[in-house]
Design a protein around this ligand. Sequence first.
Ligand code: HEC
Length: 100
Amino acid sequence: MHKWFVALLLIAASVTATAAEQAIVDRYKASCYACHGFGANGAPKTGVEADWAPRLEKGMDTLMKHTNEGFNAMPPKGLCFNCSDDEFKALIEYMATPQS
Ligand code: HEC
C-alpha cells in the first residue's frame, strides 16, 4: 500500500516536470530561438557553455534586468511579452545548459 503510494507520487511528479519543461521549450521555440538558436547578432548560442559562462557571471538579477529591458541587440523581453519572470529564468537556464 505504502509502496504504491510512493510510486504514484513519483509518477505524478515526473509527469508534471515534463509538462513544465515542454511549456518552456515551446516558449523558447516561439521567441528566443529566433536569435539564440543560431547566435544571430552576437546572441549567446543555446547550449554553448562558452557563450553563456560570461553571461551567467553577471548574475541572474542582471540577466533578468537585461531580458526585461533589452540589452544592445537583445530586444526587451526577448519578444515574449506574455512570459513571466519565472519563465524567463527557466528560459535562460535552458539556453545556458548544454543540449544533449
Ligand atoms: C531578436 C533577437 C533576439 C531574441 C528574439 C532574443 N534575444 Fe536574447 N539576446 C540577443 C542578442 C543579440 C544578445 C547579445 C546582446 C549583447 O551582448 O550585446 C542577447 C543576449 C541575451 C542575454 C544575455 C544578456 C546579458 O546581460 O549578457 C539573455 C539572458 C537573453 N538574451 C535572454 C533571452 C530570452 C530569455 C529570450 C526569449 C524570451 C531572448 N533572449 C530572445 C538577441 C535576441
